[in-house]
Design a protein. Structure first.
Length: 225
């Protein structure tokens, strides 16, 4: 897998957060606001968080089987294509074929939903080894700093890039961890953390405390810059 193909993918949310035919999760990648959801068939979707009819956020709407329904007028859009497929207020009216939600490439690997914002479908899948097999999810941490600053802070703590995947491996307060960093907005990043420590264990609790301290360090450094 080439570095260029890896760089097109962004780890936006944990796969387990999306329930088939149920919830819609808000997300960001490089400033792009996203609506993340699963069709009833289980296929993960990543769309621009804007209904093409009146620009209302899709995250205010609902999933109806294999369609996403806008909260404003109830217009429905097909999973996969984003094509307008129904207007409940006018069931007998042909749907406008030129109305289509903006759909991004989405794939699942390493327990995460990954999104590519490139117009063409990436030639390679996201890394399936960014998180070691059998490790437990710890938490997602929001940091008011750019992704580059986050990666620099992790490197200063001894984390190293686990090429060719995007994962960073290291330890916080002697607890092993894998970190996936999401470049959400110019001054906002998310750190998805995984660990071999068992859920509820003392080591897991130690890691939770350590990452909160890490966030404080990064944001103080960002403000001083």
């Amino acid at each position: 897998m080439s570095t260029d193909s890896i760089s097109t993918w962004h780890p936006v949310a944990r796969s387990a957060e999306l329930r088939p035919g149920a919830n819609i999760v808000a997300g960001f990648a490089e400033g792009q606001e996203l609506a993340l959801w699963r069709s009833a068939s289980g296929a993960a979707q990543a769309w621009e968080n804007r209904c093409p009819h009146r620009s209302v956020r899709f995250t205010l709407g609902q999933v109806v089987e294999d369609r996403l329904s806008c909260a404003y007028h109830g217009w429905q859009y097909d999973a996969g294509s984003g094509q307008c497929a129904g207007i409940p207020a006018h069931p007998g009216m042909p749907v406008p074929r030129n109305v289509c939600a903006k759909v991004f490439s989405a794939a699942e690997a390493s327990g995460m939903l990954w999104v590519s914002l490139t117009p063409a479908a990436p030639s390679s899948p996201p890394p399936d080894d960014a998180v070691p097999a059998g490790w437990s999810f710890c938490r997602t941490l929001c940091v008011r700093a750019g992704a580059a600053s986050v990666r620099d802070a992790l490197a200063a703590r001894g984390f190293t890039a686990d090429a060719p995947s995007r994962g960073l491996r290291g330890a916080l307060d002697h607890v092993d961890a894998a970190a996936l960093v999401l470049d959400a907005q110019p001054h906002l990043a998310f750190i998805h953390l995984w660990t071999p420590a068992a859920p509820g264990s003392a080591a897991m609790k130690t890691l939770h405390i350590a990452v909160r301290a890490l966030r404080g360090e990064i944001e103080v450094r960002q403000q001083a810059a």
